[in-house]
Design a protein around this ligand. Sequence first.
Ligand code: HEM
Length: 415
Amino acid sequence: MSAAPFEGLNMIHPETYAKHGYPHELWKWLRHNDPVHFVEQPEGAGPSYWAITRHADITEISKQPDKFLNNPRLTIGHLPEDRTDEFPDTLIQMDNPRHRVFRRLIAHRFQPAALRRMHADIEDIGKEIVDALVQNDYGECDFVEKVSAPLPIAVLGWLLGAPKSDWPLLFDWTNRIIGAGDPDFQAEGSTPVEAARATMVELFTYFAKQLEEKKKNPADDLMTLFTQMEVDGKKLELMDQLAWCLIIVVAGNETTRNGTSGGMLAFVENPDQIRRLQEDPSLLAPAVEECVRWSTPIIHFARTAACDYELRGKQIREGDPLALFYGSGNRDEDVFDDPYSFRIDRNPNRHLGFGVGEHFCVGSHLARLEMQIAYKNLLPRIEEVELAGPVERLHSSLVGGVKKLPIRYKLKPIA
Ligand code: HEM
């Protein structure tokens, strides 16, 4: 076996992603040489874990939720674990039978049929945001600030039923929770865990008030739904209602934002694909799929083995943590032709960007819709586009975040 490239590269350290982006060379080497690779973490760091890098293995594990659990940890950290039970588990931290019961309470709200009902409103929210960019024929902006950041939080704020004036607050809180390890979002004098916890308290205090309000004045929104949900004939406890608010706002915000930014960056780097979309607008849906594969906003989620399990000759023991590297699965040569090319007409595109199996992303249709709206209102008008400065990445090994995407563009006149 040849030596692994970048031997010292830490696959779960937030800085790796901020400095180098995704470690594609290392993942490729692992897929070919040691796809079920045990990573020993030093004393005083996070847990040692199995790095799973092949598409087939990520799928095999994700489709056996009773053998590979989401509890007690959803991510592998590079610091000692500091878990307390002061916050309730959200959907994605649950295992069966509870997970299936809870998932059923919400899944219907995000199905295509339900979204069709809201399509026009979501389209209006998206169009208003993108329209600000296309007022003049030339422009320069940070695409994250102008489009990919405001769009998902506006849509989620609207879906939840939060007043428009509060959307910036939601935006700030989710940034601080997901980017707790990022210097730009970190409160001075606090560790990432303390910072995330303090933000969660603020977020929960806010939502507790809002939920109280929804009980008095129900509306057709998600917060009202959370106050009315029942399990075994009983309404959910306040903490469980809060956990719903949290998962929707956290899971639906940074992911979509980074999928939209990552896709835009891919278009900027591959202008021929913008032309291709302009020539054939029916490629919008496959283009969004390719943007999700290409950017793979969720870098990894963890599982914990509930029993001994043999995978590719390696003996995984009960209690062992595993990291599923979706970004690696999405470049797997066994599944994708020419995986390192960004091709908007890729078909089939069995990417793992939204996960696979039991916990497959509840919001995938919504995310696709938002990304389609962002691109469809902008890309057909692009004459030229280029980077106007360096791309800055988030310090996180959970969400592969683009913090800044400065672009300069020239638009075609409206036909
Ligand atoms: C491009 C955008 C998005 C990406 C890349 C993404 C990715 C993912 C991934 C990888 C998972 C875990 C799947 C697994 O373990 O197999 C997940 C779960 C989840 N996502 Fe998304 N997501 C996105 C947008 C959204 C949106 C817009 C929402 C809702 C508003 C959402 C809500 C959820 C929820 C609730 C779960 C947990 C499902 C469960 O545990 O059963 N996501 N997402």
